[in-house]
Design a protein around this ligand. Structure first.
Ligand code: MSP
Length: 644
């Protein structure tokens, strides 16, 4: 069976950042992994170029929209090329073939009766290119996803009968529990669908930067909604609606997306596909968000991590390793240079780099760089068994998208190698005139390194090629089959010395992110000098950060019977489900006044029981003789936004 792996297509309204690089690295590693296993694999990435947001960005930059899109799209493509991303196609939604495919799909849905014309009135967020209902808005005005102001728009629109697919979608989720990965993300999607799906407005008349309607419908006022246009890229890239040249790759095996766009991929996209009578992708893999030093990245804070800058400083392959090793797939991750440097020094330099150096050194000293594996099984069955057990376990981790576990397991091979060297001490064996035993250990470790390099190659393709060169073999499907699948040993090594692959990093190589709390640190240093007594009350910045403060949205509120003080709230912290918070604020707030408002929550308190009810957080409030008021963000922020 063939494999098809996709990234989201990136908006061309700004340059690539580390979050984009992460999606692309995982997808690239997965595609390389499948190719290594000999699967006929197609890997797609590209750019999403239509819609009001792009049109407005181009205007702000005083450029014709197409030229603006060309430039930013080229920026993404150049970056991926410089990073040697192994995509088979880079699609642009302004490509002629794509537009033809989208028009074709629209026509099919229309002719089937799944698209009809009506009027739409609603709150529209330009930034998210999405309509929201009154109840979804924050404080009656702001977008629940990005916090920006929404506009009321009334316009004629074509609608997709999303409501028709409610039951079929729910059935699909139930029948295919791995459709959404990780499984823990499925509930939010299922609940959304169960909450009722409204038909989706799929055209716009308020701007023109979009795919035109199909000729057969003759309605030039409209252009297509950017999400319909964008999602269809996954099939137009394969020739849908044109030559269909690569449609054999459909359905996709894994479509990687960030958690913020899961709803589009797990609800709208399958519904469109059902309407087109096409099979659904096997998996939608939703990853978490990257923050920097614990803070959300944003241009205004000046703490956006540029992948090119990091790659220039630390090397793109080290970055790939770090990002895939650092976070469990699906969870949020933090980009900190300290954590990155620790992994380079301890895992890449110590565990892997040193082992290779030891083998190069010993093979040179004991046998003029030539090593034969003939005696490995004679002296090292225990280590070979342990090695095979690790190798056998790896596939399941990768197929479950658990790259951090995959790499963690893979690293056990280096422990086996290092331990074998310590236990069997080849230098002692040489002195005891047991050269065959000494060389058997060196050959064992050379084989471990060879096999580990093959399995590491999807994540670090260039580095592992250098290791393979040093060990005199080639990483490809053939060697995968021989050494991994059939568990053979490499008969002979002609080792070539190479300079150390992972020089240790002592100091951060990039400027640190702007200090997020200048007021705290500067002030406290001064006070510390002046007063010893005060010092006792001061805390380190790290102690402050032990408290996790987050923005929450109150989604339910009620009075606690028999309590004068307590209200029971359900607060959305951007997690799988809202948290229950029991707060002593009833004398100051009615439940109604709190609904859909934002609060600040201490999110890592141990749960407590208040009047028999679990409370999983605490609200920040200020109280003086005039009463109590809640502390709230000055402007609406996404639920779950960290406060620091
Ligand atoms: N154009 C749409 C996708 C259409 S797919 C048919 C889009 N583009 S995007 O450029 O805004 O985002 C692309 C991807 O980058 C998304 O998967 C998003 O989750 C991811 N990231 C953006 N910021 C991120 C982080 N800070 N961390 C991790 N990934 C995040 O959405």
């Amino acid at each position: 069976m063939s494999k098809y792996i996709t990234t989201p297509i990136y908006y061309v309204n700004g340059e690539a950042h580390i979050g984009h690089a992460y999606t692309t690295f995982i997808a690239d590693s997965m595609a390389r992994y499948e190719k290594l296993k000999g699967e006929d694999t197609y890997f797609l990435t590209g750019t999403d170029e239509h819609g009001q947001k792009i049109e407005e960005s181009a205007q702000k930059n005083n450029k014709p929209t197409q030229q603006f899109a060309d430039e930013i799209s080229a920026g993404f493509k150049n970056l991926w090329d410089d990073f040697e991303i192994s995509y088979d196609k880079f699609i642009r939604t302004t490509d002629e073939e794509h537009k033809i495919g989208v028009q074709k799909a629209f026509e099919v849905m229309y002719n089937k009766g799944d698209i009809y014309k009506d009027f739409y009135e609603g709150h529209y967020c330009v930034s998210c290119e999405t309509f929201f209902t009154e109840t979804q808005l924050v404080d009656g005005e702001f977008c629940p996803d990005c916090g920006r102001s929404t506009n009321i728009i009334k316009e004629e629109s074509y609608f997709f009968r999303l409501s028709k697919y409610e039951d079929a979608l729910l059935k699909h989720y139930a029948d295919n529990p791995d459709f959404i990965m990780p499984r823990s993300r499925a509930n939010e999607v299922i609940n959304f669908v169960k909450g009722g799906l409204r038909d989706l407005s799929v055209t716009r008349t308020s701007f023109t930067w979009g795919v035109k309607m199909p000729e057969s419908i003759k309605d030039d006022k409209h252009v297509m909604y950017v999400w319909l246009d964008a999602l269809l890229n996954y099939i137009t890239a394969l020739g849908y609606g044109k030559d269909e040249a690569n449609m054999r790759y459909w359905p996709a095996s894994v479509q990687f997306v960030g958690k913020d766009i899961l709803r589009f991929h797990a609800i709208y996209w399958p519904a469109f596909l059902m309407s087109l009578d096409l099979p659904l992708p096997q998996h939608i893999g939703a990853h978490g968000w990257w923050t920097r030093d614990g803070e959300k990245m944003s241009k205004s804070k000046g703490n956006v991590v540029s992948p090119r800058e990091v790659a220039d400083a630390y090397g793109v392959e080290n970055l790939r390793y770090f990002m895939l090793r650092e976070v469990p797939f699906g969870q949020d991750g933090d980009f900190s240079q300290r954590a990155f440097i620790d992994r380079i020094n301890s895992e890449l330099s110590n565990d892997l780099g040193n082992l290779l150096n030891r083998i190069i050194g010993m093979s040179g000293k004991y046998s003029d760089f030539e090593i034969d594996s003939a005696d490995v099984l004679k002296y090292h069955t225990k280590e070979c068994d342990a090695m095979n057990t690790v190798l056998d376990s790896l596939d399941a981790y990768m197929e479950n998208l658990q790259t951090h576990r995959y790499l963690e397991e893979l690293w056990k091979l280096f422990s086996i190698g290092n331990k074998a060297i310590e236990e069997h001490a080849p230098w002692v064996k040489m002195k005891e005139d047991k050269k065959d035993q000494a060389l058997a250990t060196v050959a064992l470790v050379a084989n471990i390194l060879a096999k580990a390099s093959i399995m590491l190659s999807p994540v670090m393709p260039k580095t592992t090629n250098t290791i393979a060169d040093a060990l005199s073999f080639t990483i490809d499907h053939e060697s995968y089959k021989e050494l991994i699948k059939y568990k053979k040993l490499l008969k002979l090594f002609n080792i070539k010395p190479v300079p150390p692959l992972f020089p240790r990093v002592e100091e951060p190589l990039m400027a640190e992110a702007p200090l997020a709390h200048p007021n705290v640190s500067e002030e406290s240093v001064k006070v510390e000098d002046e007063s010893k007594k005060e010092e006792d009350n001061l805390i380190e910045i790290g102690q402050f950060f032990e408290t996790s403060l987050k923005v929450g949205v109150v989604v339910e509120a009620e009075e606690v019977p028999k309590s004068k003080k307590l209200l029971k709230l359900q607060v959305d912290l951007g997690e799988e489900k809202p948290r229950q918070v029991v707060a002593g604020i009833r004398e100051f707030y009615t439940p109604e006044s709190l609904l859909n408002t934002q609060v600040c929550v201490v999110a890592n308190l141990k749960p407590a029981k208040l009047m028999g009810m679990i409370s999983e957080g605490m609200l920040l409030a200020a109280k003086d003789e005039d009463g109590l008021c809640l502390v709230r963000p000055e402007k609406p922020k996404k639920a779950g936004t960290p406060i620091g």
